[in-house]
Write a protein that binds this ligand. Sequence first.
Ligand code: IPE
Ligand code: IPE
Ligand code: MG
Length: 246
Amino acid sequence: MQTFSNNIPEHVAIIMDGNGRWAKEQGLPRSAGHKKGVETLRQVVTTSGEIGVKYLTLFAFSSENWSRPAEEVGFLMGLLKTFMKRDLGKLRDKNVRVRIIGGRENLQLDILKLLLEAEESTAQNTGLNLVIAFNYGARDEIARATKRIAADVKSGLLDVNDINECCVSSYLDTRSIPDPELIIRSSGEQRLSNFLLWQAAYSEFVFVDELWPDFTKDVYLCAIDKFKSRERRFGGVVPQKVAVTS
Ligand code: IPE
Ligand code: IPE
Ligand code: MG
């Protein structure tokens, strides 16, 4: 049995992948996989709160996912709206703070309003930070940050000599959110797909074979256990135990 009293990652980020393949396996349309995936998402939010994860980032829709058939994109937009309408109250009551990362330009007005409402109405909450990556692409995030840095230098708000790693981080969508210690991807794929490229510099990766709708609590806890057994060095060396001689 797993124990989770210590060494729980403060920030877990998840690439929720495999909804379409799950649906295909069941002989169902891809939309059925996305619907089932929302149930997994709810369970992961609950488990994260239970085990003491402070930040949970979920990759829900990438800036590249717009290239999918219009019908699927429309379904995913509808699913986000339904989730926000149905679950926001519960999340608020559970002291969850919701944040959204990703580009805000060109989003439907009703979606934009729901995202803002989710952030504003939970801004005072102090429990789990649920970060939803929606219309998110890391290269787009870095490009948008660079644009704002350039504008601030031009207007005199920022001195070019003050641009360092810390400064760049503060211009990203994830400002004030610590980097993820653990990134999990479901469905057996082993790539980042433009997720948190800057923030993942020293993340540990756990790839699981289960498709997202089959990502159970046990699979999640097992991924956390794997993280716990990793040795993180950050470019340094592991301190050697000094033998005591008498
Ligand atoms: C993840 O499942 C959900 C989104 C990317 C929105 P996919 O839809 O990518 O499922 P597969 O990878 O095609 O199985
Ligand atoms: C990554 O999954 C995006 C999300 C999980 C939202 P994709 O299914 O879009 O990634 P690729 O296309 O397999 O790289
Ligand atoms: Mg996929």
